[in-house]
Design a protein around this ligand. Sequence first.
Ligand code: ZN
Length: 247
Amino acid sequence: MNSLGIRCIFHGNLAELLPKKYRDNEDIYPLNRRAAIKDIIESLSIPHTEVGKIEKDGEQTTFHHIGVAGEMFHIYPFSSDTPVLQPTILRPQPFSSISFMADDTVRKLRRNMRMAGLNTAAAPHKQLTEIAISATRKQRILVSRNRDLLKCKDVVFGQLVRSGDHVLQLREVFCRYTFAERPTPFSRCLECNNVLQDVKKEEILDQLQPLTRKYYFTFKKCPGCAKIYWHGSHLEKMQRILDSAVS
Ligand SMILES: [Zn+2]
């Protein structure tokens, strides 16, 4: 083994994130400074949020382990087996529930997640570090396509969305977590994430188009932005997106 480097075996879908020159069989990485394994992994373009477990000599190790030339690590991806609600070696402080914050790199996904019933706040329009701090303070898993955002040290839980297709993106999210209770589709406002409330038709008659007024009887209203929802034809389209993402 190259005495100036460490050896990392990237398992599962982590290898696809590596720079091209490392993707094919090359698993020895230069070690030219004192660095924690987390920094070494991130220098290879993999945000720490994508890592679920690190093993050295069969034992799990933390992100803070200082790499020594000649060492060998097995790096496993974050998956549906990786706990969010219980402490792990990598993340000793778990979250108390599974909820999300999605930035503007995944706007359509953000709407899809709300449609699927996942509690998904919009990231504030601020500097990356401030977004990272906000997500962790609010105990939200930060969802993004921006690797630099997910590399911020203040991010504890995050997800780098791989696909460019918003239906496949929703599938990525569902594949990655184990939900104690299945989220309830169409229970949240697509615009602002608030939980929708039942509203009587007579209270909103003046806000309905003539055909909607004629053919629909059950309505929900967002307590935040006052948007009205009903089971119209647009719902079938959304249901199809949901079916193909969650199947
Ligand atoms: Zn709303």
